[in-house]
Design a protein around this ligand. Structure first.
Ligand SMILES: Nc1nc2c(c(=O)[nH]1)N[C@H]1C(S)=C(S)[C@@H](COP(=O)(O)OP(=O)(O)OC[C@H]3O[C@@H](n4cnc5c(=O)[nH]c(N)nc54)[C@H](O)[C@@H]3O)O[C@H]1N2
Ligand SMILES: Nc1nc2c(c(=O)[nH]1)N[C@H]1C(S)=C(S)[C@@H](COP(=O)(O)OP(=O)(O)OC[C@H]3O[C@@H](n4cnc5c(=O)[nH]c(N)nc54)[C@H](O)[C@@H]3O)O[C@H]1N2
Ligand code: SF4
Ligand SMILES: [Mo]
Length: 705
């Protein structure tokens, strides 16, 4: 046995980028703990970090390519796999056109250095516009708002949580999720620090979440009414003549038009629909306006809903007009060391609406179509129909709206390939699965999450264990497929690129390059380097052609008509009288971490939360099996009666449903749960952005017989 060694790296499961200290001996992990010397996370980690060991050791994890045959899966060599894939895709494209091949990218791509860098040339080599990703089941409304207001979809304002005096959280549960579009390890500590410095935290959510319990105030809201609430807050700012633009005065027009727009949405006018009293709305607005600094942060609950676009626009507007934008304690732009916007000129043309999806005419943006359109694009015959598909690190059968129907669509494809680590609910439909390495076997640097971080920091993690000779990293797979799918010969220097080579160049050319930032500097500082708090930088970072913030993009103003209709609709759907919303669990990440025994042990967490009054009315007792149905499907699930949810609202976790035949996640199968996306409806989208509208799915509930 050799000596016990220590390795430092960032956890790459969620967005928080926690620094870890891993003790190991030979190729065995001995312990995983938070790294106290990481300047950003300072020793914090959540229970999922230790599961990195389980993913590494997982006997069910695929390590070499497999091919589906009539009698089952067979092992094949990498060469055989690549040759067949290129041949099949090219033949199908030659017959049905380039766009007959589709691509779906899942969430772990954003947490993987190699994928972030090698997907771009890969996508180009496929030559198809039919690209989809989990972003349109998640944060697309944030990007669309940034695109239209600040000129670049990746320019995301993040809450300066460490300096704010008042934090309004709408539709986010960062104490459990550890933050999203807000990289902030130890959110709970950072929220408590706001309270310690006599600040205030307010949560607006249809559920009394863990975050709501930590907050100073929780306001229950009716699902999908956040845009009305935000307009009422904005209305109050104008009514009180409290608009403050501070240093942004010269780069903001249209303020008076906004005043006129918001007039129709006083707290008194919207309270009934929002479910929060007019008085509470006034108080919230007044406290927000009078705080030394304040920030409104709205996330999944205000994004994956039918008005996700409006919510993210209005969140920005509220921060801007109260003088809380690009200023300490407000919403600020990070300045990452690896700057995705480095080569973007002011006024560059975005791809929003460059195309519309063939069947439902949903908008193309950021190089992709909304995932809600994927099934119909496969199943609707005609010019441009999707005939083959490659997924990379995604499980849309469990993660996308009406996922069970997407599974039916996959069976109609001529050919399907998955780059994944498991034989799961999606990959079981593939003809070939190409397994990548994962977690501790990969080098890591968070390109995306440094772009959404509450502090500017940098850290590079070398692989803890080099991959075995028979394995391949994601980026190696993507590179090889790029070479084989490209119409033109890929130049030798491109063939020899590694993530490290690109990272080094970007660090040197980036904003801190002159301060000596390079890959070597990061290697020399294995705990990471703190650059400092976010700095005002809007004037330099904004990419609109005139350098101004656009407060009033026309498509948002037009979308208010759709919102207004809500105020004349009946509150409840007659056949499906409950509003279903999702919830995240501390010990799971989306659909894929459930094959870790330590994360899924214990009581079945996949339950339906229902309010005591509703349960009583339906004759449902605690723990009882109930049937939940929607226009899209039905599931059987045990009820948990709790007044943590609002009357008329029910919640169930997202990411479950490992109860299918033909998969091989043996530990997940012991705690399968059911999939919320057998209930969500592919036809419920935010029409402005095309984002999936999971929240507020109308469902009916009855005792299972
Ligand atoms: N109803 C409802 N649906 C939701 C949500 C919700 O709140 N409610 N949340 C949405 C959100 S925010 C998201 S981000 C999406 C996620 O949607 P997806 O990204 O489609 O789902 P994941 O569970 O992240 O799937 C990850 C896949 O990648 C594989 N994988 C894991 N690590 C690696 C790796 O290193 N390399 C490769 N090649 N593969 C890997 C896993 O085996 C799994 O198949 O789900 C969305 N769906
Ligand atoms: N433990 C854990 N952490 C995770 C993940 C995980 O699966 N597990 N997933 C990661 C991913 S991919 C993401 S994108 C982030 C998401 O991070 P968050 O957005 O913080 O996570 P959610 O728990 O989805 O929070 C959404 C909140 O919105 C509420 N909500 C639902 N509908 C509405 C509505 O109409 N209005 C309002 N105001 N609220 C509503 C829900 O009750 C919920 O509390 O979490 C990440 N972190
Ligand atoms: S909070 Fe996220 S990054 Fe931090 S340890 Fe947990 S899963 Fe990893
Ligand atoms: Mo996500």
């Amino acid at each position: 046995m050799s000596e016990i060694k220590t390795h430092y790296r960032n956890c790459n499961i969620c967005e928080a980028m926690c620094g870890l200290e891993i003790k190991y001996q030979d190729k065995n992990i001995i312990s995983i703990k938070g790294d106290k010397d990481d300047p950003f996370s300072k020793g914090y980690n959540c229970p999922k970090a230790t599961a990195l060991q389980d993913f590494y050791e997982d006997k069910d994890r695929l390590k070499t390519p497999i091919r589906r045959t009539k009698t089952g899966w067979e092992d094949i060599s990498w060469e055989e796999a690549y040759t067949e894939i290129a041949e099949k895709f090219k033949t199908i494209q030659a017959k049905h056109g380039k766009n007959s091949l589709a691509l779906y990218l899942g969430n772990p791509n954003a947490h993987n250095l190699g994928n972030t860098l090698f997907l771009k040339p890969f996508m180009k080599s496929l030559g198809t516009i039919n690209r989809f990703s989990s972003a349109s089941a998640d944060q697309m409304p944030h990007h669309v708002a940034s695109n239209f207001m600040f000129g670049a979809g990746m320019l995301i304002p993040v809450p300066d949580i460490d300096r704010t005096d008042f934090m309004l959280i709408i539709g986010g549960n960062p104490v459990v999720s550890n933050g999203s579009m807000m990289t902030a390890p130890n959110v709970i500590g950072r929220l408590k620090a706001i309270q310690k410095r006599s600040g205030k935290v307010v949560v607006v959510d249809p559920r009394r979440t863990h975050t709501a319990k930590v907050a100073d105030q929780h306001l229950f809201i009716r699902p999908e009414k956040d845009a009305l609430l935000l307009l009422a807050l904005i209305n109050r700012v104008f009514a009180k003549n409290a608009v403050k633009l501070r240093h942004l005065e010269e780069i903001i027009d249209d303020i008076e038009v906004f005043k006129t727009i918001s007039e129709a949405y006083s707290a008194d006018a919207v309270a009934e629909f929002v479910g929060i009293s007019a008085q509470d709305i006034y108080t919230l607005a007044d406290e927000f306006m009078s705080a030394n600094s304040a920030v409104c942060y709205s996330r999944m609950g205000a994004s994956t809903q039918t008005f996700g676009g409006l919510c993210q626009w209005l969140t920005n507007v509220l921060n801007i007009i109260t003088g809380n934008f690009d200023r300490a304690g407000g919403a600020m732009f990070p300045q990452p060391a690896f700057d995705l916007l480095r080569n973007y000129k002011k006024g560059f043309k975005s791809s929003f609406g460059q195309y519309h999806s063939r069947v439902r005419k949903l908008p193309f943006f950021n190089g992709e179509f909304p995932v809600a359109a994927l099934a119909e694009e496969i199943q609707t015959a005609g010019e441009g129909q999707i005939k083959s598909l490659i997924t990379v690190a995604g499980n849309p059968v469990l993660s996308s709206p009406s996922g069970h129907k997407l599974a039916e669509a996959f069976q109609e494809l001529d050919y399907m390939v998955c780059v994944d680590i498991y034989l799961n609910e999606t990959t079981k439909y593939a003809n070939i699965i190409l397994p990548a390495t994962t977690g501790v076997e990969n080098a890591h640097y968070d390109i995306f999450f440094n772009s959404f971080s509450v502090r500017n920091t940098v850290k590079y993690s070398a692989p803890l264990f080099e991959r075995e000779e028979y394995q391949r990293n994601d980026y190696e797979i993507l590179k090889e497929l790029t070479i084989r799918m490209s119409d033109e010969e890929v130049p030798a220097h491109v063939k020899s690129l590694t993530p490290e080579i690109i990272l080094d160049v970007e660090l040197k050319k980036g904003p801190y390059g002159e301060q000596g930032f390079s890959l070597q500097k990061l290697i020399d500082n294995p705990h990471g380097i703190d650059i400092g708090p976010l700095m005002p930088c809007a004037a330099e970072r904004i990419k609109t052609s005139d350098g101004k913030i656009n407060l009033l993009p026309q498509l948002y103003v037009d979308d208010l008509v759709r919102l207004n209709a809500v105020m004349s609709q009946p509150a409840r759907n007659k056949n499906y009288p409950f509003d279903l919303i999702g919830r995240r669990l501390v010990k799971s990440h989306n659909t894929w971490t459930q094959n870790s025994a330590r994360l899924v042990k214990g009581k079945n967490p996949c339950t339906l939360e229902i309010h005591p009054d509703d349960a009583q009315q339906l004759g449902v007792s605690n723990g009882q099996l109930v049937n939940v149905s929607s226009i899209s499907g039905e599931v059987l699930i045990n009820a948990v009666i709790t007044d943590d949810v609002q009357r008329g609202v029910v919640t169930m976790p997202q990411g479950w449903g490992h109860n299918q035949k033909g998969t091989n996640m043996s530990i997940a199968a012991t705690q399968p749960g059911v999939s919320i996306n057998d209930l969500t409806d592919v036809n419920r989208v935010d029409l402005l952005t095309g984002n999936a509208a999971f929240n507020g799915t109308p469902v009916a509930i009855k005792v299972a017989t």
